[in-house]
Design a protein around this ligand. Structure first.
Ligand SMILES: C[S@@+](CC[C@H](N)C(=O)[O-])C[C@H]1O[C@@H](n2cnc3c(N)ncnc32)[C@H](O)[C@@H]1O
Length: 292
């Protein structure tokens, strides 16, 4: 007798259990419900690149038709993002494994998406602006929570926006999908209660702070000098500024106009010598920036 192959619903349940172990669903029953309601596999293209290179330095291709079980398992690995575009499409998936790590679109890891949504904490009926539609997967989760009529999602690449809109529509989700530069937000839909960016920034775009209502919430990956990005939260103050903090480490591709590195000082990061470490005789320690 052969063991039965787990189907998408079973793998989704398993994945949810894995995510729950991080505490990401704690006191967020809606989030677990939304995660279980959205078939992630529907948003994953037939062929994707695996995000870790083989020994030959090339990122292998996973093909749903050739390896259906492997493909589906990959879709539901809590900590695996799947790469859906390389070098803005200049590297073609038909050409097989690639040595290029210039990833320009992906479907983010399930656990990371859930963690971002947990911190975004949208309330039913909130108006949401999402930056970086990608495949449309995170958009579908937002639609589950607040209703598609309250979601605007912005994708800079027309073909991706179109494809995501089709995938969302096929499941009955009809948010507003806009093809535009999300660094400008989407003024016609403002004010928003919350903004989620699934593309990283080095500097928070001013339009975001203007278009989210005072006291609303922005969640975005922010590049740091520490070889990782951090998930940052910000509450706009209604004057074009905002205050917030840092939540967790993440890794995200950057928005188009923020791909190039910039001096960290220019972006407001303290220089290394300005970071201080204090340890008390009792052994407690504190990291802080030196007052100058
Ligand atoms: C990590 S992917 C998004 C994943 C997506 N949320 C999903 O669930 O599939 C980041 C996306 O941001 C898009 N992007 C990059 N810069 C952008 C910009 N300035 N405005 C809007 N979208 C942008 C990229 O084209 C890419 O599709």
């Amino acid at each position: 007798m052969t063991a039965s192959v787990p189907g998408p619903a079973e793998l989704r349940e398993e994945c949810a259990t894995g995510i729950a172990a991080y505490g990401y669903f704690d006191e967020q029953e809606w989030l677990r419900d939304a995660f279980l309601a959205v078939p992630r596999e529907h948003f994953v293209p037939r062929r994707v690149w695996w995000p870790k290179a083989d020994d030959d330095g090339r990122y292998p291709v996973l093909d749903r038709d050739e390896q259906p079980e492997r493909w589906l398992k990959a879709v539901y690995r809590p900590l695996t993002a799947l790469i859906t575009q390389v070098a803005d499409g200049a590297v073609r998936i038909e050409d097989g494994p690639t040595a290029s790590s210039d990833f320009t679109s992906s479907i983010s890891c399930p656990a990371v998406v859930v963690n971002m949504l947990r911190h975004l904490a949208p309330q039913a009926g909130d108006r949401i602006l999402e930056i970086g539609t990608g495949t449309g997967y995170s958009t579908a989760l937002l639609c589950e929570r607040v209703g598609a009529e309250h979601v605007v999602t912005v994708e800079i690449q027309e073909a991706l926006a179109k494809r995501a809109e089709e995938r969302l529509g096929a499941l009955g989700y009809r948010p507003q999908v806009v093809c535009a530069d999300g660094e400008q937000g989407w003024e016609p839909g403002a004010p928003y209660d919350r903004l989620l960016s699934t593309a990283g920034v080095r500097q928070v775009p001013p339009a975001w702070l203007r278009q989210v209502r005072p006291g609303g919430l922005i969640i975005t990956p922010l590049a740091t000098p520490m070889r990782c990005d951090v998930l940052a939260w910000l509450r706009p103050d209604g004057q074009g500024g905002g205050e917030g903090g840092l939540i967790d480490t993440v890794h995200f591709m950057k928005t188009h106009s923020q791909r190039a590195r910039r001096p960290w000082r220019e972006l407001g990061w303290p220089r290394w010598p300005d970071w201080s470490l204090t340890v008390t005789p009792e052994g407690s320690q504190r990291l802080h920036t030196r007052d100058r």
